[in-house]
Write a protein that binds this ligand. Structure first.
Ligand code: G1P
Length: 295
């Protein structure tokens, strides 16, 4: 069985839900207090042994900011050295040494499936991880990609990270049908954003995957599906004819940063966990609640 050393993060989207912020900045740079969302995702991969990461970008929404973030900033490092700000210097330096980060541009925005296909020559003939740029999932003991890698090591198949979602949210996700309801069950069907009446379960794929390279064979011939886009979900459905695919019902608190409420919740929770901020933030939240209650 091959080790998982490579990962793909598609970051090509317009991020329309966050306009006007995303007019000139990529949504992946939305900060959770002081750290961009994309850095959380890269750190999760690195913590799970990934050494090479391909970001699939596009010419839209100034994706250069992401490249700058993971690059060395000589001027900034010089200034921090001169001012003897060694803690900040170490932190800045570590970001540019996290992993080997590679970039490729998706020429046209043709869907998640097409974005993953752009990674074919980078990946070669190895299984690889995929994280979508929108979700931060917190598990202090075992990062989610680590949980998926463990499940991959058990079955040696593609693995989809899932959690059960509310019935009203089913039509936002790829939904799986399992042979048997188990936390690492085998998939017998998968449908992209089904309406409630045809949804086979409420088990949703939530932005984390381990894929075998066989997926490229199906992505290459995949016709546009939902939203007239080439859907990864449809290619995974075709893959089921050739290989088994399992889920990993992962453990972790998920924040959908692509959604305004999810973004706000992440900032509140992270600030309440931050030693320097938690007391003041908590006091402020109490004040607001008391005001609303007319106290
Ligand atoms: C994508 C996938 C979908 C998945 C979702 C969340 O949809 O196509 O299957 O459930 O991400 O990970 P998107 O949210 O990009 O429309």
């Amino acid at each position: 069985m091959k080790d998982i050393k490579k990962a793909v993060i598609p970051v090509a989207g317009f991020g329309t839900r966050f306009l006007p912020f995303t007019k000139a900045m990529p949504k992946e740079m939305l900060p959770i207090i002081d750290k961009p969302t994309i850095q959380f995702i890269v750190e999760e991969l690195v913590a799970c042994g990934i050494t090479d990461i391909l970001l699939v970008t596009s010419s839209h929404a100034n994706k250069r900011a992401i490249e700058d973030h993971f690059d060395q900033s000589i001027a900034l490092e010089q200034m921090l050295t001169e001012k003897e700000k060694f803690i900040e210097l170490k932190e800045i330096n570590e970001i540019s040494n996290l992993a080997n980060i590679h970039y490729i541009r998706q020429k046209e925005i043709k869907g998640l499936g097409d974005a993953i296909l752009c990674a074919e020559s980078f990946i070669g003939d190895e299984p690889f991880a995929v994280i979508l740029g929108d979700d931060i999932v917190v598990n202090d003991n075992e990062p989610v990609i680590g949980q998926l890698i463990k499940t991959y090591q058990k079955f040696n198949t593609s693995i989809l990270g899932t959690q059960e979602v509310l019935i009203e949210d089913i039509n936002k996700y790829g939904i799986v049908q399992l042979e048997k309801k188990k936390k690492d069950g085998k998939i017998i069907d998968i449908i992209e954003k089904p309406s409630l009446n045809i949804a086979p379960s409420n088990n949703a794929v939530l932005g984390r995957y381990i894929l075998t390279p066989t997926i490229f064979k199906y992505l290459k011939v995949q016709k546009p599906g939902m939203g007239n886009e080439i859907q990864l979900t449809d290619a995974i459905k075709s893959l089921l004819n050739e290989e088994d695919v399992h889920i990993c019902n992962f453990i972790g608190k998920r924040y959908d940063i692509g959604d305004k409420l999810g973004f706000i919740k992440a900032i509140i929770d992270f600030s309440l966990k931050d030693q320097n901020l938690s007391c003041d933030v908590y006091k402020y939240l109490e004040e607001i609640i008391n005001d609303r209650n007319g106290e």
